[in-house]
Design a protein around this ligand. Structure first.
Ligand SMILES: NC(=O)C1=CN([C@@H]2O[C@H](COP(=O)(O)OP(=O)(O)OC[C@H]3O[C@@H](n4cnc5c(N)ncnc54)[C@H](OP(=O)(O)O)[C@@H]3O)[C@@H](O)[C@H]2O)C=CC1
Ligand SMILES: CCCCCC/C=C/C(=O)O
Length: 491
């Protein structure tokens, strides 16, 4: 399966595609068969600096663009994403390994919707006025924060970029963004579309390794805010650099979410929900329902059915329409996952199903893994505590609601969780009881714009996918006015 890609991509700085002198290129590799798809630049600190200079120079002009015009530009970007949906979806599928049935129906449409949502939100945003008395007004204005630095992960390259680009632009900021070097192509292609709409310098794209261009971005003094999605480890680095510069950072980090199944669950829907929770995107989701808890009364039946369902999942080439699970993002991630499965078994877990790599492509070069369930696990095992980021769930039996809330909260992460029950009281008790930023009830992995998403504890700081994210991309300005002219009352 092929699509038209540039042989080599430049950096996008100040409205132009540039290839710096002496630039070193990296390969974009298809994780499903090892093919080289294209090449992109391993940017340097100088390139990052050039991008920041461009974003800084364009800030005042972009800030001055009226809200209606800015909103219409975001709508235009959304339309362009939609009209290029098939192409963007295929590029994401080739570069990341995720199934085409997901990229065409979820990654790309949700990305477009994100621009539309923030285009709408800024039309309704207002400052406020406090009239202290007849002569005194306090105006509260929300001003753009400045030049923003954004770093994107590889698991939802286009969607996570949209989650950061749309609010930053809507709020009137200019920016420099860096995709993961594992999956740069969809953002490079999105920039071609945004270039048709936005003035030069407003958005700037730096590619390359996190340890080089990513690090340079963190160290650059020109940013007024940082935004990051990725591992908790690098999240700490982002937070430290932001603290050193006294600028804010929003962080969307790792997770080890509990997906909790009560005896009175809607059984068939819940069975699907357990799979959606851990197999969606090959389990490479920050909020994956990787710790499955099942109540004792239904445990044996549910686990038997889940095992059967896992074994029927169609793992295949991601560009084939019937494929339900594609390739892991690369061999490095595949190894991390299989290492964890081995660790779990060494710790005493039972491999109920899966745990094996699959030879799907002709050369058997693809990073494919069978859906995996580990039972007989205990809360102290590494496979229960650490983020595996693959299609691997641990399963634990529980008796009571208080017990399962305590088990679920026994984690350094706090991103999300799921509860499956037909009892509203149970749902609310668990919903309130989980120390996480999101709890799904009788559904999972739904992230529509308008519903805030983000974590507590080591899962991060801030809430994306909601208009409240505008607050993170603005500064409050207070203009305090007296209409008096006499000196009386000045002190
Ligand atoms: N919360 C989430 O959504 C994600 C969680 N993860 C978790 O992290 C694990 C490791 O994945 P990994 O790809 O290493 O995640 P990272 O946190 O390293 O990568 C996320 C982003 O940060 C960049 N980056 C890496 N190092 C630096 C640095 N020193 N300074 C600035 N930016 C940097 C990466 O660039 P580059 O890729 O080019 O190095 C990428 O764009 C996964 O197995 C998973 O558990 C990973 C991705 C997303
Ligand atoms: C669109 C389906 C679920 C995606 C949830 C957002 C994930 C973010 C992340 O993994 O960083």
């Amino acid at each position: 399966m092929q699509t038209r890609l540039d042989e080599r991509y430049g950096l996008f700085i100040n409205g132009e595609w540039v290839i710096p002198k002496g630039a070193i290129f990296m390969n974009a590799t298809n994780p499903s068969n090892g093919d080289i798809l294209s090449q992109f630049i391993d940017a340097t600190a100088t390139d990052v600096d050039n991008a920041v200079v461009a974003a800084t120079a364009s800030f005042n002009d972009w800030k001055a663009v009226d809200v209606v015009t800015r909103s219409n530009m975001l709508l235009k970007i959304a339309d362009l994403i939609d009209s290029n949906c098939e192409r963007l979806a295929l590029i994401e599928t080739l570069d990341n390994g995720k199934p085409i049935r997901e990229t065409t129906t979820i990654d790309v449409p949700l990305s477009a919707d994100h621009f539309r949502y923030f285009a709408g939100v800024i039309r309704t945003e207002e400052g406020s006025v406090k009239d202290f008395d007849n002569d005194t007004l306090s105006l509260v204005l929300n001003e753009p924060i400045g030049v923003v630095g954004q770093i994107i992960p590889w698991n939802f390259p286009l969607l996570m970029a949209a989650w950061k680009l749309a609010p930053a632009l809507a709020a009137g900021n200019t920016l420099v963004i860096k995709p993961s070097s594992a999956t740069s192509l969809s953002l490079l292609e999105l920039f071609k579309l945004m270039a048709e709409v936005l003035p030069p310098g407003v958005v700037n794209l730096i590619t390359g390794r996190g340890s080089e261009s990513g690090q340079a971005l963190l160290e650059h003094p020109g940013f007024a805010k940082l935004a990051f999605t990725g591992s908790t480890e690098i999240g700490y680095e982002v937070a430290k650099h932001a603290a050193n510069k006294l600028i804010p950072a929003t962080l969307e980090l790792g997770g080890k979410s509990a997906n909790i199944f009560f005896d009175d669950m809607p059984f068939n829907r819940a069975l699907e929900g357990a799979q959606l929770g851990i197999l969606y995107n090959q389990g490479q989701v920050c909020c994956a329902g990787s710790r499955i808890f099942v109540q004792a009364g239904v445990y044996d039946r549910f686990i038997a059915e889940l095992k059967k369902a896992f074994e029927q999942v169609k793992v295949g080439l991601p560009w084939e329409k019937e494929t339900q699970m594609g390739a892991q993002v690369n061999q490095r991630q595949l190894k991390k996952i299989t290492d964890y499965i081995a660790i779990g078994q060494k710790e005493g877990a039972t491999l109920l199903t899966g745990g094996v790599t699959l030879a799907i492509d002709e050369q058997a070069n693809g990073a494919f893994l069978a859906p995996t369930l580990l039972t007989n696990v205990t809360p102290s095992m590494r496979v229960v505590r650490e983020e595996i980021f693959g299609p691997v769930a641990t399963v634990i039996k529980f008796e009571t609601i208080d017990e399962v809330i305590a088990l679920a909260n026994d984690s350094e992460y706090g991103l999300s969780g799921g509860v499956w029950t037909t009892n509203l009281n149970t749902a609310l008790k668990v919903g309130r009881g989980l120390h996480t930023g999101r709890v799904w009830v009788n559904t999972y992995n739904q992230v529509p714009a308008g519903s805030p998403f983000g974590g507590v504890k080591k899962s991060g700081i801030g809430r994306e996918t909601h208009k409240m994210m505008l607050a993170a991309y603005t500064q409050t300005k207070n203009i305090y006015i007296s209409t008096k002219t006499e000196t009386e009352g000045l002190y």
